[in-house]
Design a protein around this ligand. Structure first.
Ligand SMILES: Nc1ncnc2c1ncn2[C@@H]1O[C@H](COP(=O)(O)OP(=O)(O)OP(=O)(O)O)[C@@H](O)[C@H]1O
Length: 284
């Protein structure tokens, strides 16, 4: 199989808050995400996941290294990048209808009225909200509001969709539904997605790849390929041998990197990553 073209290239990325003697939140991060890939980032609380997303989205300038989106150096917020946050209630405008919320960023990008309407209707259909287009966000459930956020992001046809704990504020059943929705729409729109989550199972269920981060300052402990195929199912995929193996692997990596140093820490990240790939392949 040919390797996908690189969409996101993160190279030597570091961010220190508060000047030269301030807090180093992320350090020397290096990874790529290929066009059309869905990559998940999982790491302990406070390790620097949001800092990483803010650096990738151009919201703050990294103190070392660089980020490139389809080869272009990210210096400010790229126009072809969209972000879905955990807190849908604060990211949607309550005084605008669902359709107007979805059209809002298109208006800001100068897209004409007819095309705005067409694109909004298309993405609302894809997230199953055609019937709610004229409602207001506060008339919808939390899960439906997050669908609106996803529709709004997709309407911009972003080169890269960043998602910061997008399903952390909904109940377990809705979370499963939204995960499956994401898998369907990323195929439909051929989206490239980078999704941050605390949830090991979610990272494996959704990801083509999972990057495991160390505690702060975050560095990449492992880059795992997830050989679970395109057809995933909340019950059969999660109970498969490969899934269970990968879950243990990620949990082990996170435990080692958040616990006080042990002899296991001596194993290099490269060795660990290669080892994980080998085991995952054995379960294909
Ligand atoms: N504006 C800031 N100024 C100083 N330190 C900050 C700032 N923002 C974050 N930090 C620190 O940087 C580290 C990483 O924070 P960040 O929010 O990126 O972590 P996170 O992995 O997203 O956390 P969580 O999993 O709890 O959402 C933390 O130690 C945090 O206290």
């Amino acid at each position: 199989m040919t390797e996908p073209k690189t969409m996101l290239d993160v190279s030597g990325l570091g961010h220190r808050y508060g000047g030269p003697n301030g807090h180093l939140a992320i350090d020397d991060l290096n990874f790529q995400v290929g066009t059309g890939e869905l990559a998940c980032i999982v790491g302990p609380s406070g390790c620097g996941k949001s800092t990483l997303l803010r650096s990738i989205s151009g919201l703050h300038r990294p103190t070392s290294g660089e980020v490139r989106l389809h080869g272009d150096l990210v210096r400010g917020v790229p126009s072809d990048l969209a972000v879905v946050f955990q807190d849908y209630s604060r990211s949607l405008f309550p005084w605008l209808s669902v359709r107007s919320n979805v059209e809002f960023p298109l208006r800001a990008r100068g897209v004409g009225k007819a095309e705005r309407r067409e694109r909004a209707d298309e993405v609302l259909e894809w997230v199953g909200l055609t019937g709610a287009a004229r409602k207001y966000p506060w008339q919808l459930s939390g899960g439906m509001q997050q669908r609106v956020s996803i529709a709004r992001a997709l309407a911009c046809r972003p080169a890269l969709l960043l998602m910061d704990e997008p399903f952390a504020s909904v109940d377990a059943q809705t979370r499963f539904e939204l995960e499956d929705l994401l898998l369907r729409v990323r195929t439909q729109f051929e989206s490239t997605v980078l999704l941050v989550t605390h949830d090991i199972d979610e990272s494996i269920y959704l990801g083509d790849r999972v990057f495991v981060l160390s505690k702060s300052p975050a560095s990449i402990v492992a880059d795992l390929e997830i050989p679970l195929g395109d057809e995933r199912d909340q019950i059969t995929t999660r109970e498969s041998e490969s899934f269970v193996h990968l879950r243990s692997e990620v949990a082990r990596l996170l435990r080692v990197r958040t616990a006080p140093a042990t002899p296991a820490d001596e194993q290099s990240a490269d060795e660990r990553s290669a080892d994980s790939r080998e085991k995952a392949n054995a379960h294909r």
